[in-house]
Design a protein around this ligand. Sequence first.
Ligand SMILES: Cc1cc2nc3c(=O)[nH]c(=O)nc-3n(C[C@H](O)[C@H](O)[C@H](O)COP(=O)(O)OP(=O)(O)OC[C@H]3O[C@@H](n4cnc5c(N)ncnc54)[C@H](O)[C@@H]3O)c2cc1C
Length: 307
Amino acid sequence: MAARNEIKEVLGDIFAGKILYDEPMSLHTSLAVGGSADAVVFIENEDQLAQVTGRLREKEIDFYIAGNLTNVIVRDGGYRGAVLLMTGMKEVGCEYTPQDGYVMSALAGAALAKIVSRSVAEELTGLEFCAGIPGSVGGAVWMNAGAYGKEMKDVVKAVSILNTDGEKKTMNREEISFGYRRTSFPVGTIILGAKFKLEKGERSGIKERINDILQSRQAKHPLEFPSAGSVFKNMPGQAAGKLIEDMGLKGMKAGGAQISSKHANFIVNRGNAAAADILGLVELIQIKAKKERGVNLETEVVIIGED
Ligand SMILES: Cc1cc2nc3c(=O)[nH]c(=O)nc-3n(C[C@H](O)[C@H](O)[C@H](O)COP(=O)(O)OP(=O)(O)OC[C@H]3O[C@@H](n4cnc5c(N)ncnc54)[C@H](O)[C@@H]3O)c2cc1C
């Protein structure tokens, strides 16, 4: 039985929400590349998530948890199984208690832009560094996203998760190990939401820092083309973009993909790029970095799916 029919049968009687079958992932990834997933399931709440993942696990159907898909490259052969999009779980709230101070809570699918604008509205400081990162809370926590000297680890107070046994748990900041664009959550953990510890600030100052960051991003990043942000992790003391530039690869094209002529650690889709074009450039950079500089360039972007 074709996978789409199997998923239809398995989820049909328990899930009343939106599912798209044989859905091109190029319509959902920020890079605008990627073949079709057997199904894309739009998750709107925790109960749905628990039911859907429980049933898919029971039937041994693969699934992939996604936020805004701004850090993922899906190969041209697409994804066999179901991509569960978390962006429907997006509530954000704030509270103050004498023992915890100012805490913002956000469900995993909430856009970082939403928590940033909420922090302005509440006059809370701490989340300015997220301005301009196009991801969701779940994706940002999972990746320990960061910019301008700060990372999620600096503001996360607690993370609620669904573990692989389908149990809901809350993990405090101290129980999670955060590294450079990585976290220690066991494979298969689903982030349901996070709490952020913020400080009271002044609206004008918060706004100014956000505007400075947005302007700096506008100046440095090729925001006019689809991308997945920085493709490679920086090395200690060495920026990946500078290395790529020094190797003379800035501006190089493959099909519809290009190593950005504005920022060499971005690979952009100049129109009709295939994932293979992007991945061809990724490989070329890695081979050259190894051969000419003895450097193993590790991708920051996550690559999934079939060739
Ligand atoms: C123009 C541009 C600029 C960017 N700038 C930055 C930057 O400055 N700093 C930075 O760190 N990143 C940056 N990024 C990359 C990206 O936006 C971030 O990594 C972001 O946090 C990813 O969030 P997402 O919701 O898009 O995650 P996705 O791309 O959907 O997923 C990323 C990873 O997280 C996992 N994941 C997502 N949601 C969950 C969940 N609820 N539970 C468990 N796992 C989950 C996915 O399985 C995947 O492994 C940029 C991207 C673009 C396009």
